[in-house]
Design a protein around this ligand. Sequence first.
Ligand code: ADP
Ligand code: MG
Length: 487
Amino acid sequence: MKILLVEDNEELAENLAEIFVDEGHEVAFAANGREALLAAREPFDLALLDVRLPDALGTALLPQLKEMVPSSEVIVSTGNADLQSAIEALRGGAFAYLTKPVGVEELILTTRRALERVQLRRLSESLRAELEESERRHRDIVEAVQAMIVALGRDYKIRFANRQAEELSGWPREELVGRDYFEVFAPQSQRDARRARVRAAFDGFNPELEVDIVTRTGAVRRVQMRWTRQASGGEDLIYGMGLDVTRQRELERKARTSEKLAAVGTLAAGLAHEIRNPLNAAGLQLSLLSRRIGKLPEHERSNLEQPLELVRAELSRLNSLLGDFLAFARPREYTRYPIDLSALVGRVVEFDGQSALQGGKKLASSIEPGVAVLGDADALHQVFVNLLKNGLEAATTQVDVHLVVEDGRAVLTFRDDGPGIPRDVLARLFEPFFTTKPQGTGLGLAIVHTIVTAHGGEVGISAPAEGGTVARVSLPVAQQALPAAAP
Ligand code: ADP
Ligand code: MG
């Protein structure tokens, strides 16, 4: 190792050097304070510092040397020991204070101990640097990883949260740390159950669960969590690592639904084909039967006509169920052309108005002209027919149809003066096959919902306090792209 001798007595310096070289060290010399400071620019392991130098006091030089080479040790020596300088030397960080003449044994021993300490200190410094480096690396990984990581104590309070946990939850980590994990992240109703499952992590199990995580805004994310107990040392902690699978689940769900719908659609188309033909045949046979019955004498006819009428009604019901089911189940792409909604609604009203009158009910309308939307005319036609049909079926005397543009949306309402809709029915209206009518299919509103939503619109049905029912459809109005006038 390298020893710096700061000694103005040349002879003594040489003797000392001989001893150190014998010990296997390298020696540098400085005869005064100035030289010592120059020499200290090159790092050394140990300095042997004389107190009385021609230009400086060793005790004053000591802190400077230590500052220049912090990992080194300094041994101070002096010819005439005085308590004051000994105290100063030790205060200044000297490893030892030796009085001259120094015994060789003592010098060697002290030097060895000082150098041992230097080595130990260097070792611990490099270990600390390594530890810091590895800690930094781990922190970087924990921060960069695309998974939320939290650490919980036995009290389930959050001890640590990584950046992804902040991003996923919307909470800054200062506000997460110290709070009960389940109170922050779990919906109230699930807290106890989830706590119980996560508790298993403290017993060495690694529970894995897919859960809803409530974010700061109240939104819910689907997260796959895996909990593990910390392997070693310190406080008893469990670590939760969570992957946000919200989008993935959403896509899977959509894929499943459309797969199911496609399958149902194919099935329905096949089934319809299979059913339509015999249905038509049955209808035809029924007409024949009815003609033949018509030719029978009066007294034979009367008790045949009623069952005939029943069969006819059932057949027609089957036919319309089939039609509705096809409209509902067949997954289809709606075309998107500009449509004159006012004209379309007008036609529906005019057509159904006739049959309404026959049923003893009135149909009134007020339609803002020239309202255009983008969409599929056939599909929208179906929407209006279904809503109007429901209105007429429910109305006591009258149905009002109303079309206006409000805030860039075409708003169409069908208001009837029927019995209204009880609360429990209101909640289920759009469910496929939900009906309260003996002859109903329960598909009318389900179809309405599918089509309106596919057009970027909204549909709602309400039973206002003054009675009756209001069905309301709103659709985005088409930007009226009128052709530019010729110059
Ligand atoms: P369906 O008309 O075949 O029953 P819908 O899907 O069209 O099927 O309607 C579902 C149910 O919603 C109806 O059975 C009825 O109970 C209720 N409903 C719909 N429109 C009205 C309305 N205007 N007034 C009262 N009830 C209605
Ligand atoms: Mg209906």
